[in-house]
Design a protein around this ligand. Structure first.
Ligand SMILES: *Cc1c(COP(=O)(O)O)cnc(C)c1O
Length: 444
């Protein structure tokens, strides 16, 4: 079992010579389309620290994009997955089933919002879960149209590219895209023309008007939204927006799907972000944080909707792999044992206080937002114009990387710096990472 010392330590430039050597090999063998934020090759990952092949120790504010919330080698995940590996690696659940799959579906029924009867189906990736949510909603409603939102991200497969808003890098040159996908406005408070206070109800009215006039509510199978938009820039839909959309969906027999792939599993200080507004989705898609780094995804929802697909209509060779299921059970065990929802809330208050203090000094911080350990700053040229400042986001990320802090950017305009630390990170590392971010501001 790894026990990576929980301290930042730089022994070479970033990336170091061994990483550079591996990067040269990688460029010769790995397709260019698969990028890396930071070409530092990983040796060990634990708690809040990533140790690279040169012996550098970096503070992790990325969690592999909100995946290793319990750490990159959490004891319960490693223990359960290792035991499962020794017993068997695969049978295909569609050939002969195993208990772990059922246990994960039972846990999902217990943890997701609402006390109605629920069922789940397991898959390998977030995109696959979203695709299956659409299949299930279409089978249940016998309708075809799918409604998604500006700034939304749902994956890189053909259907989920169509559902995703942003062209570069996700869609460019990869069309034609799946039909019957419609995009409507989302309540982006910071950039709403009449101000954040009016944004929720106004944006909901616009979205609903577009759905009824352009598609026809009776043609819509599903409305899919991230309760906190991830890749689009950690946008929290302004208050009142989500409940209005849910009510519209309920009134019109439309399946409401919460894509909690990034925001779920304690990330925002709740098991699922939609709980903050008391929303009970018909279907919920999960992946990323679900299994402590092992590839697993799920669609969970109302039993009668989930059962609408005919027997044999859902599945996949590897979906709900037994080792990944064991990892999920270990991850959920860790989340409960360490009360990682409370931990996420502590991370939020510490980060927001530090970032607010930075905002007083650096006015290019236009907005601070997010919940739990899903926090971002939106960078602008100046607070009056709110002109996006992607150059500052890139420069800040680069400066942080050089000092051994892994941060990610996101946003439709590429001007958002996002922080997704593992929920098990120590407070000292969190503060040290923020010190590095603050010092980076002084250099840009
Ligand atoms: C990452 C993500 C996906 C896609 O998940 P993959 O596992 O990369 O296919 C879908 N929806 C949201 C909200 C995501 O953040």
């Amino acid at each position: 079992m790894t026990a990576v010392p929980q301290e930042r330590k730089l022994v070479t430039a970033i990336p170091g010579p061994k990483s550079q050597e591996l990067q040269a090999r990688r460029l010769g063998a790995v397709a260019r389309g698969v990028g890396s934020v930071l070409p530092v090759f990983t040796k060990r990952l634990d708690g809040g620290i990533l140790e690279d092949v040169d012996g550098n120790r970096l503070i992790d504010f990325g969690s592999g994009i909100a995946v290793t919330s319990v750490g990159g080698s959490a004891e319960a995940v490693v223990r359960r997955a290792t035991a499962q590996l020794a017993d068997f690696t695969h049978t295909c659940f569609m050939v002969t089933p195993y208990e772990g799959y059922v246990e994960v579906c039972e846990a999902l029924a217990e943890l997701t919002p609402g006390d109605h009867a629920k069922k789940s189906a397991l898959f390998n990736s977030g995109a696959e879960a979203v695709e299956n949510a659409v299949k299930i909603a279409r089978a249940y409603t016998k309708r075809q149209a799918v409604v998604v939102f500006d700034h939304g991200y749902h994956g890189r497969t053909n259907l989920t590219m169509a559902l995703t808003a942003k062209n570069m890098p996700y869609k460019h040159g990869f069309g034609p895209f799946a039909p019957e996908v419609y995009r409507v406005p989302v309540a982006y408070g910071y950039r709403w023309p009449t101000g954040a206070e009016n944004c929720g109800p106004e944006a909901a009215a616009q979205a609903i008007d577009q759905i009824t006039k352009q598609i026809g509510a009776e043609n819509v199978a599903a409305i899919i939204i991230e309760p906190v938009l991830g890749e689009g820039g950690f946008i929290e839909p302004a208050k009142g927006f989500l409940p209005a959309i849910v009510e519209f969906a309920n009134d019109n027999g439309i399946v409401f799907v919460a894509d909690e792939i990034q925001s779920g599993f304690c990330r925002t200080g709740q098991w699922f972000a939609c709980e903050d507004e008391g929303i009970v989705p018909d279907l919920i898609t999960t992946a990323k944080g679900i299994a402590g780094g092992l590839p697993l995804a799920a669609v969970t929802g109302r039993a009668e909707i989930m059962d609408a697909a005919h027997a044999g209509g859902l599945g996949g060779t590897y979906g709900g792999n037994p080792v990944a299921c064991a990892g999920a059970l270990g991850s959920i065990e860790t989340m409960k044992e360490l009360d990682l929802n409370a931990k996420a809330k502590e991370i939020e208050s510490l980060m927001k206080a530090r970032l607010s203090a930075m905002q007083e000094k650096y006015e290019i911080i236009g907005d601070i937002r997010g919940r739990g350990a899903m926090i971002a700053i939106e960078l602008v040229k100046d607070p009056a114009s709110k002109t996006p400042n992607p150059e500052a986001a890139a420069a800040l990320a680069k400066a942080c990387h050089a000092e051994g802090v892994i941060v990610l950017t996101c946003g439709t305009y590429g001007n958002v710096l996002r922080f997704l630390p593992p929920l098990v990170i120590g407070e000292d590392l969190l503060n040290e990472g923020l010190d590095v971010i603050e010092a980076a501001f002084a250099t840009v």
